[in-house]
Design a protein around this ligand. Structure first.
Ligand code: ATR
Length: 287
């Protein structure tokens, strides 16, 4: 693209940022929309997140994504926070508003849109959610809000699962999340579950690990969704497929969190065709 005096800037703040795929998403969309916009990574050193937000405002940055380790730390520096991000306690997108930035969470709306695009339903479903870290906490909230019938939240450390269950059940006003110890998966009621893998187990370079290795567990799953996308097929996904069920990785979640951020910054609607073009570009990094 040609950078000139009218070029607007968007970017990513985090630490580290050098492996990000977000520039591919946003710069491809800018090209397709013929927007005079460039998206760049900004490495923010520890303790500098407030300065980064103030600096971005002073520079008239159009929008920012926020990644590890600042998704919660950034919140006190924002002018406003949208209710979903507030409930999750994490922000991944800053949208420029009068007097500062508004914090949003497109990771979760992105996951929902990714699931919709694959025809995966949450409403009325019995869900097994593996993990109770930051990512799983947000997924538990999303599934509860979107009408899951029951969410079995399995985690190695039970108190973390109990804490997340208490928070989500409290916020949604229904006892929908049931915390369990990871090794108690054999006690799950017979059924057919949507299983969402939200632990860090199986991430490259530990691609030969799955958080539950027992094949019997996978017989109860009709669909598996791993939030991980590197490796392209995690061991969790392989075990799901070997049991005859459908499995998906997290790349469409990455895609749609970016697509939704782009829509918020530019006031446009990204078509399925444009999203597909970006997805194909992203996919080339993995297969
Ligand atoms: P994120 O923000 O990406 O969710 P996190 O908050 O560090 O990352 O959470 C990591 C999740 O992976 C947790 O649920 C963690 O379980 P604990 O709460 O018991 O720590 C889970 N996890 C990480 N390594 C694991 C392992 N070897 N076996 C089982 N669970 C593991």
């Amino acid at each position: 693209m040609e950078i000139d005096g009218k070029t607007r800037t968007c970017g990513l703040i985090g630490n580290p940022v050098e492996h990000t795929l977000s520039p591919i998403i946003h710069n491809t969309l800018a090209e397709r929309f013929s927007h005079n916009l460039v998206y760049v990574p900004f490495l923010v050193e520890s303790g500098k997140i407030g300065d980064a937000v103030k600096g971005a405002e002073a520079l008239g940055i159009l929008g920012l994504n926020v990644t590890v380790p600042y998704k919660s730390e950034v919140i006190p520096w924002l002018k406003e926070v949208d209710p979903l991000a507030e409930a999750i306690g994490a922000v991944n997108t800053l949208v420029s508003v009068q007097g500062g930035f508004k914090g949003c969470n497109t990771d979760m709306t992105g996951l929902y849109r990714a699931m919709e695009s694959e025809g995966i339903r949450i409403e009325g479903e019995e869900i097994i959610l593996l993990g109770a870290g930051g990512a799983s906490r947000a997924v538990a909230y999303l599934c509860a809000v979107k009408g899951a019938k029951r969410i079995y939240l399995l985690n190695r450390t039970l108190d973390k699962a109990q804490k997340v269950a208490g928070e989500v059940n409290g916020r949604t006003g229904r006892e929908v999340v049931m915390p369990m110890r990871l090794e108690e998966y054999g006690k799950l009621p017979e059924g057919k579950y949507l299983a969402i893998q939200g632990t860090s187990v199986g991430l490259a370079p530990h691609a030969d690990e799955a958080v539950i290795e027992d094949k019997a567990f996978y017989g109860n799953i009709h669909t598996g969704f791993d939030l991980i996308y590197s490796p392209w097929e995690t061991k969790f996904m392989r075990l799901v497929r070997e049991s005859g069920a459908e499995a998906y990785n997290g790349l469409k979640m990455l895609l749609y969190q970016g697509v939704i951020a782009y829509e918020l910054w530019n006031g446009v609607q990204v078509s399925g065709e444009d999203a597909k073009e970006v997805y194909e570009k992203l996919k080339r990094y993995f297969v």
